[in-house]
Write a protein that binds this ligand. Sequence first.
Ligand SMILES: CC(=O)SCCNC(=O)CCNC(=O)[C@H](O)C(C)(C)COP(=O)(O)OP(=O)(O)OC[C@H]1O[C@@H](n2cnc3c(N)ncnc32)[C@H](O)[C@@H]1OP(=O)(O)O
Length: 418
Amino acid sequence: MTTDVTAGSAIELRGLRQDEWDAAYDHLLRAFGGATESAEERALWRELTEFDRFLTAWDGDEVVGTAGAFSFRMTMPGGAAVPAAGVTMVSVAATHRRRGVLTSMMRRQLEDVRRRGEPLAVLMASEPAIYGRFGYGAAAFQVSAEIDISRVSLSVPEGTDGVRVRYAEPGAVLDACERVYAANVPRRPGMLARHRPGWERMGLLDAESDRDGASALQCVVAERDGQVVGFARFRTKLGWGPSGHDGTVLLQELAGLDPAAEAALWRFLFGIDLMSTLKVRGRPVDEAWQYQVSDIRRCLPRLRDQLYVRPVEVGAALAARTYQVPVDVVLEVEDSFCPWNEGRWRLTGDAKGAVCERTRDAADLALSVRELGAACLGGVSLAGLAAAGRVRELRQGALQEAATAFGSTVAPWAPHGF
Ligand SMILES: CC(=O)SCCNC(=O)CCNC(=O)[C@H](O)C(C)(C)COP(=O)(O)OP(=O)(O)OC[C@H]1O[C@@H](n2cnc3c(N)ncnc32)[C@H](O)[C@@H]1OP(=O)(O)O
């Protein structure tokens, strides 16, 4: 237990005991603007909580701050699954804000992540302005859309007709859906392995209070030769306008083992009778449906920041991925929040693997750890960051070399919130 003195009061930072969980969670919900959730969801978050890495801030006997972490394994470019702390449930009481409580918790948490040997910390931010100062860079983006399925058609790839789509009770096909999920984990940077029980049930939560007039959760599976090769979970909301039906399909989750399996599911969603809009949230920016629609403008796509990445050990983080083309660059890294990362690192790598070690050689590129976090999943270009003035090229040609090597043919994306 340590006491961190912030302006005006002594705030104690410590772990969370099991019997304190409800108080901490109530505080968290209030800090998030009085959010409510079902008893089932609350119980699931409790089950998923890793108490030995849930940090709380106390003012006397009052919880005034929380910051948890999940022990994830996240896919890097090249397919390796790397330990990553999934930072979660971050909050400070409105009565104690802007006194440095979050800063103290972030510092303590990153030291703990380092001690555990996790090269990366990742999070989804409630507001983009919060985490850059702690070295988190926006590494993955997501697309949401409202597709006018009464006007937009979908052209599907060869093989789609060989996939059968059938309704299933969501719980009854959970294991088959999880196998599809697991098979997709190594295929995309940012994917999170579900190696701890509980996460798979997050997709089945279906409290009536959360439906907002929509149907109960529905599920279809895509099958080929009797094997489940994909699934979609969604709701429907019936509506009637002056010219007739005006229903909405609300997609929650969709995954398939191959392009035909996914196309069969999208074609199904586009074709449900009495529905005129398909709303999708948080999809990968390079997902195939965007190139299969007849009119992308009538899909109203919107881009948003999704996964923030913080290299906690720069050397281990950059060595945990592969590079599209051979690369040999010296990076001058600025990291005032985690000073053990500061200084020069030589990165040598190619499509098979990489080494990243300290060096005294002259630097080729200079950047802060936040930019490194943004670029390390291959979805944000070092060249784009340089154009924004956030990466400096110190050796001519180094930017082109590094930016090409850092890219990824598959856009990074995290499959679920946490
Ligand atoms: C992964 C997740 O869980 S994301 C969820 C984050 N939580 C929420 O959004 C819940 C509502 N908000 C809160 O609980 C709090 O306002 C927090 C946690 C965002 C910030 O906590 P605080 O203790 O006030 O932060 P702290 O005092 O350490 O601020 C550190 C710096 O960040 C800045 N900052 C803090 N919050 C914000 C914000 N929302 N937007 C912009 N800047 C911010 C502060 O101004 C301060 O800047 P300075 O160092 O230049 O003075």
